[in-house]
Design a protein around this ligand. Structure first.
Ligand code: AR6
Length: 231
């Protein structure tokens, strides 16, 4: 019975995924692991339509460089679905490069619910923002601004009113924000990636020479800002 077979494989896969998430969530260090962990979404690869294969190379290379430089920090790439192609590309490429999977791993879940739903403590999370740093607009930006409430909107406005592609800005999340209270998120780093969607500002017209350069800059800016918060 093919259907039953498929179904049980699916269930098994789901259990494996959950088990893997649980293992990663536990961590191994005795120091405050949450404050040393950055959770980030894949910048530019959904609404901004950036090529997934190129993006996954850049994520893995940028993460490897970062981990070499800072030996006590962790990075977690998050996406909503266990079928996420960017998660599987990154996972495979990171394994091929033999990157330490306790310091850089992928995680399936909502980035605004990592602690309450996934048991994963990440004090710092990144947002794939728009250039005006406005709430809404869908994707992870809408989710983070919704979860952060007005307190996050106000705090963001105080820090900056615009971002250039390839740049990021750190916002300290007020203790009145539900994101801080319920998920222990102390900082959101808004990042603006390169845009390959003709319907959005700063459209790069498929120029991947520029696009890859900007995506690299975006991850470098994000990771350096994360390190500057922790150190
Ligand atoms: N938790 C984790 N990952 C998520 C979540 C979530 N709650 N929601 C989406 N993702 P996108 P972009 C993943 O489109 O391509 C916005 O409207 C998603 O599956 O949010 O950089 C802004 O205002 C994908 O892997 O960001 C900008 O205008 C990743 O997050 C524009 O979209 C990024 O997808 C930015 O587009």
């Amino acid at each position: 019975n093919v259907e039953a077979g498929n179904c049980s494989t699916e269930v098994k896969e789901e259990l494996n995924e959950e088990e893997e998430n649980r293992k990663q969530a536990k961590g191994s260090g005795s120091y405050d692991i949450g404050s040393h962990t950055l959770a980030f979404p894949s910048i530019s690869t959904a609404d901004f339509q950036f090529d997934l294969d190129r993006a996954s190379d850049i994520i893995v290379e940028s993460a490897a460089d970062f981990l070499r430089k800072y030996d006590n920090l962790r990075l977690v790439l998050v996406d909503l679905s266990k079928k996420s192609r960017i998660l599987s590309l990154v996972k495979d490429k990171a394994a091929k490069k033999r990157i330490d999977s306790s310091r850089f791993f992928t995680f399936v879940g909502d980035i605004t619910r990592l602690l309450s739903k996934g048991g994963l403590q990440c004090n710092v999370i990144a947002n794939a923002a728009n250039w005006r740093l406005k709430p809404g607009g869908g994707g992870v930006n809408a989710a983070i601004f919704n979860a952060g409430g007005e307190a996050l909107q106000h705090a963001t406005k105080k820090c900056a009113d615009a971002l250039r592609p390839g740049n990021s800005v750190v916002v300290s999340v007020p203790s009145t924000s539900p994101l801080h209270q319920q998920e222990g998120v102390t900082h959101v780093i808004h990042v603006l990636g390169p845009n390959m969607n003709p319907m959005r500002p700063d459209y790069l017209k498929n120029d991947y020479t520029k696009g890859c350069k900007i995506l690299r800059e975006a991850y470098n800016s994000l990771f350096e800002n994360f390190a500057s918060i922790v150190q």
